[in-house]
Ligand binder design. Structure first.
Ligand SMILES: Nc1ncnc2c1ncn2[C@@H]1O[C@H](COP(=O)(O)OP(=O)(O)OP(=O)(O)O)[C@@H](O)[C@H]1O
Length: 276
């Protein structure tokens, strides 16, 4: 794995599609709990990458490290050849958006206001608090609300009056408003039924592709991971034990990731294992 200095000095030889590099990252919490133990991976621009693993394997911590919600204990994160540091975080926040499991909407606020909250990095705090967003951001909010399949009649509806699937559409619109380069989706379909889950994953995938955004999405549903991911990263106890195309995530890889008591899902028998 190259160091940041090597990447900077060889930026042209480093693959142009390289977007995000995890370089031996570790996270240990003050209470001694270890969430990530030497994770290294190179994520390419535009990849739809699903993070799989049992509860507590480190999926959320990995995602939260990318937008600075988790401060790493060691190792480095490199975005477009530049190491992420606490001082570069403000700039990074405009480029990285998050879609949450429980939507994280302001329930009493309208759909439009919730989507505009995704643009707070673009306006001063007092303007955001007063809801004074410039016209171009209001227009953009309408555009992304339409993009996620909600018509004009939803603009003024309170978030709390929407169904779970509609709320997640608002969460996606909020993530899209500043055209992020990276979309972090932390179990975005955990509270939705299977049909709506597919609609939501489809929406995240197609909207991301339109913008050539990279997606890192944690999931518990292995079937959905196989269906939607370009690439699967399997975490177990804070370490990567699988990293490869979704088609290669076979029964053996699944058993290695989830342990011997796991009931396997159906898999593609022709897939080749790809363990790391
Ligand atoms: N703030 C914290 N303080 C202490 N330990 C933490 C903290 N956040 C996470 N952990 C621990 O770090 C490990 C990884 O947690 P993480 O939330 O990243 O797992 P996960 O794979 O996302 O789990 P889940 O699928 O249940 O959401 C777990 O052992 C967890 O208990």
């Amino acid at each position: 794995m190259p160091t940041a200095a090597q990447i900077q000095s060889h930026s042209t030889s480093y693959a142009e599609s390289t977007h995000l590099v995890f370089n031996n990252i570790c996270k240990k919490f003050p209470d001694g709990a270890s969430a990530l133990e030497g994770v290294s991976a190179t994520i390419n621009k535009g990849e739809f990458c699903v993070i799989l693993g049992q509860s507590g394997s480190g999926k959320s911590t990995l995602l939260r490290a990318i937008n600075g919600l988790t401060v790493l204990s060691s190792g480095e994160l490199i975005l477009d050849s530049a190491p992420l540091t606490p001082s570069s975080l403000r700039g990074i926040r405009r480029r990285v958006a998050m879609v949450h499991q429980h939507f994280n909407l302001v329930e009493r606020a309208s759909v439009a206001t919730n989507v505009l909250i995704g643009a707070v990095a673009e306006v001063s705090m007092w303007r955001a608090m007063l809801g004074w967003y410039p016209t171009h951001l209001r227009n953009r909010a309408c555009q992304v609300i339409e993009r996620v399949g909600l018509d004009e009649s939803h603009l003024k509806r309170r978030a709390s009056t929407l169904s779970g699937g509609q709320q997640q559409r608002v969460g996606i619109a909020r993530a899209l408003i500043l055209s992020p380069e990276i979309i972090l989706a932390d179990e975005p379909v955990a509270s939705l039924d299977p049909a709506i889950s597919r609609e939501i994953l489809n929406l995240i995938r197609t909207a991301a592709r339109e913008q050539n955004a990279t997606v890192l999405c944690s999931l518990h549903q292995i079937d959905l991971a196989r269906e939607y991911a370009d690439r699967i990263i399997g975490l177990r106890k804070g370490r990567i034990i699988f990293d490869g195309p979704a088609a290669n995530f076979d029964a053996k890889a699944e058993a290695a990731l989830y342990g011997k008591n796991h009931i396997p899902t159906s898999t593609n028998e022709t897939a080749k294992p790809e363990h790391v």
